[in-house]
Design a protein around this ligand. Structure first.
Ligand code: GLN
Ligand code: ZN
Length: 768
């Protein structure tokens, strides 16, 4: 039997973001459920047909989702929190779990399930919420329908499900369950439902099934190992079932491979892009008869594969195992890349020839599988790929000697501020003369319809540059006035000129390119279009100085300059893979360092460099943490440490729990850190209590993810709580994140309350 070609999953959103549009139309009440479901079906069959035509041997199914695959699994195993059970219509219940429902008239106010980042990606999954007495019951509606659809198209698909251990490890207990209880305890109750599912699918003619177990790439404690042993051997020995492919990805499976190789499952998938070193160890240990799926085509990036090199890996596996035991695959689901490069008509043709989106990656997988039995791969496709790679390596656009030289000359001293925090802080206190508990915001104010309209008119040419600039200046002026009226102490300009905090800088830096349709799903109907960072990074001219200077000219109070940090720019772009990420990050940091210097020179006395993505870049394996954190922190410091003691550096972080990287955050040595914390009721403070925090910090006290206006009392309580843990002289008062997605009325009310809360606590706490 020849080597099989497959992928672990396909993008869902559709080339024209069809799913996004259909979802949003349905949510707004403009279209019916039937029309939404018809679009979803149309997207699925289009993608199946594409994969079939491209010649994949095993085609995924159930990788599609109307919102999220973890939410789908929760529904499939009947993990529906009780508050949603009274919603009778399954589709509305599903979306209520994802998005919450608020109907004041009817007295309904259901908060959605939590959402968090999927491993080290920018995709967010819905966190299943389990009750203390959770039981599970199989609901096969979704898979049965999608299976029937695929079969009707003449496709015998390989269904995909999150495996039971990953499902439980990524779930959480509801708030009323005593802390310290581990969802893995529920495994014995969950496994029968998986067994039932396997039997049912076997009955429907499914011969092969993919269980996604990316948690196999974590360092596992004894309990998780035990859970894997129990789960995989139980499913491996189930009486009636398809063959099982256990998929590990996003990192190295390392020693955890034996949890799969001992299990009786038929196949193991490895991420050989992230962990090429796993191949030899697994080849040595794979039991006779077990198949190996080689994740050699990068599912996380947009570059064409180095076919020669990947071919060598495939050859190595084929020689060791025989062709019949080898599959060629994407490293992970293609969910994380855009659909089709052919839809890009404006990319530079040279750059485009270096790239591959999902459709092109499917073709690469096929090609590699076909060539698996040739010693030297031949044919036009291989030649073309090799030529493109050679051109890419030689391209002048990629390497800029000046940037290289400068990066080499970076010294440790450049990553350290002139004086320690205590000294800087004293100087800054004299310079700014702020009250106790100074109030500020995180940067953005509402991107209203007017702002978006003006921008699209300007982009479309119906508003000239001057008109657009005048419009934005008007917005900044109003925003500054509002903040002064509200009584905020440290102001921001509002970021009206930015659509996106990474795109805005990418567009002004050299080394970045932009796609027309390169969307990837972030969560639900939300998509992002990451810039493509392909070459050495330079800053041809100042990027923010004019806006910040203008804003500062309007007020006597300090207005913070506002930049996106190097790690976040890196993390939210498709990054070149021809040099270490650390190197690319350093180049971005140097460009930002110049921007910081220009801002300082222009009289901007406080400069905020946002790093919301620093936690999500953390590798899955702890042994890889120190290296990542070292260069990530060094990049931030390189960008910010060039200023004088009197210039105050702020940073901001959100979207994650930061407890486990606190020492790295301390090492960033920002003068002021504003950090998301209100949703978790200041959970972060317990980390601060244990380890302290040496510089100024503003734990967010206003949850901006909800349109709710927090009361003065709520916020004073949170502030008091913070003041018990950290010295009040080092505390700031701010929301959790930027206000871009909120509306003005609720913001004004909330910020007025926030300022009020600060004043109250100030009165209680000020000495004398
Ligand atoms: N300064 C940015 C803003 O306020 C920060 C955004 C973020 O943290 N994601 O919008
Ligand atoms: Zn934020």
């Amino acid at each position: 039997m020849p080597v099989l070609a497959t992928v672990l999953g396909h993008p869902r959103i559709g080339i024209a973001r069809d799913l996004k549009k259909a979802l949003e139309a349905y949510w707004s009440g403009a279209t019916s459920a039937e029309s939404l479901l018809a679009t979803a079906q149309e997207i699925r069959s289009r993608h199946w047909s594409m994969m079939k035509e491209a010649g994949l041997d095993q085609i995924p199914c159930n990788d599609f989702s109307l919102y999220d695959h973890m939410l789908d699994m929760a529904v499939t195993v009947g993990a529906i929190p009780s508050r949603f059970q009274r919603i009778a219509d399954p589709l509305n219940r599903y979306f209520a779990m994802a998005r919450g429902v608020q109907d004041r008239g009817a007295g309904i106010d259901l908060s959605p399930l939590e959402m968090t980042k999927w491993f080290d990606t920018n995709y967010h999954y819905i966190v299943p919420e389990l009750s203390a007495d959770q039981s599970f019951v199989l609901n096969p509606t979704k898979i049965a329908a999608e299976l029937a659809e695929a079969q009707a198209l003449g496709i015998a698909p390989r269904p995909v499900f999150p495996g039971p251990v990953t499902f439980l490890k990524l779930s959480k207990y509801a708030d009323d369950v005593p802390a310290g209880t581990d969802p893995l305890e529920l495994l014995p109750r969950l496994l029968p439902v998986y067994e039932e599912l396997l039997a049912l699918l076997a009955g429907h003619g499914v011969t092969s099934l993919q269980l996604d177990e990316p948690c196999l790439c974590f360092d596992l404690d004894a309990r998780s190992e035990e859970a894997y042993r129990e789960a995989l051997s139980r499913l491996g020995h189930a009486a009636k079932r398809p063959t099982l492919l256990v998929a590990a990805y996003f990192g190295s499976i390392g020693d955890n491979q034996r949890l799969v190789t001992d299990s009786g499952c038929e196949a193991l998938h490895l991420d050989l892009v992230r962990a090429p070193g796993d191949l030899e160890a697994v080849l040595a240990a794979l039991p006779a008869g077990m198949k190996l799926s080689l994740g050699v085509v990068d599912g996380r990036n947009v570059w064409r594969s180095d076919l020669e090199q990947t071919h060598r890996m495939v050859r190595r596996a084929v020689t060791a195992l025989g062709a019949e035991r080898v599959m060629v695959a994407s490293s992970c689901s293609l969910l994380h890349v855009p659909v089709d490069l052919d839809a890009e008509t404006r990319l530079d043709p040279e750059l485009k020839s270096w790239m591959a989106f999902a459709a092109q990656k499917v073709a690469e997988v096929r090609l590699l599988a076909d060539a698996a039995e040739q010693e030297e791969p031949q044919g036009a496709a291989f030649d073309q790929a090799a030529a493109a790679l050679a051109r890419r390596r030689a391209a002048a656009a990629v390497a800029n000697p000046l940037v290289r030289r400068r990066a080499e000359q970076v010294t440790n001293a450049m990553t350290r501020r002139g004086a320690p925090f205590a000294e800087r802080s004293a100087k800054q206190k004299r310079r700014f003369d702020l009250p106790l508990l100074p109030t500020t915001t995180i940067g953005s104010f509402p991107q209203s319809r007017e702002v978006r309209e003006a921008r699209s008119k300007w982009r479309g040419g119906t508003l000239d540059g001057e008109g657009y600039q005048g419009f934005l200046q008007g917005e900044i002026r109003r925003c500054i006035e509002k903040q002064e009226q509200l009584g905020l102490d440290v102001l921001v300009h509002g970021e009206f000129e930015r659509t996106d905090m990474v795109e805005y800088f990418g567009e002004q830096l050299e080394g970045f390119a932009f796609t027309q349709n390169g969307w990837v799903q972030s969560y639900g109907s939300r998509c992002v279009k990451p810039p493509v960072l392909y070459g050495d990074v330079t800053r041809p001219r100042p990027m923010t100085v004019e806006w910040s200077g203008f804003a500062q000219s309007l007020s006597k109070r300090p207005v913070k300059g506002m930049l996106t940090g190097p790690v976040t720019i890196l993390q939210w772009s498709f990054v070149r893979n021809d040099q270490p990420r650390s190197e690319t990050c350093r180049q971005i940091a140097l460009a930002l360092r110049d921007e910081v210097a220009d801002l300082e020179r222009a009289g901007i006395a406080m400069i905020q460099v946002d790093e919301p993505a620093i936690r999500e870049g953390l590798p899955l394996r702890r042994r890889d943490w120190p290296e990542y954190l070292e260069w990530a922190v060094a990049s931030f410091c390189l960008a910010t440490a060039g200023v004088t003691d009197e210039t105050q550096i702020h940073t901001h972080m959100c979207y994650s729990e930061f407890g486990d990287i606190l020492p790295a955050i301390v090492a960033m040595d920002a003068d002021v850190l504003s950090i998301e914390s209100s949703r978790s009721r200041m959970e972060l403070l317990s980390h601060f209590r244990q380890h302290g925090y040496p510089n100024d910090v503003g734990p967010g006290i206003y949850d901006i993810h909800s349109p709710r206006v927090p009361t003065v009392e709520e916020m004073t309580t949170l502030l008091q709580l913070a003041a018990e843990v950290l010295p009040v002289e080092r505390l700031w008062v701010n929301p959790d994140c930027g206000l871009k997605t909120r509306g003005w009325p609720e913001i004004e009310a909330s910020l007025a309350n926030m300022v009020q809360a600060a004043r109250q606590v100030r009165r209680q706490r000020s000495p004398g």
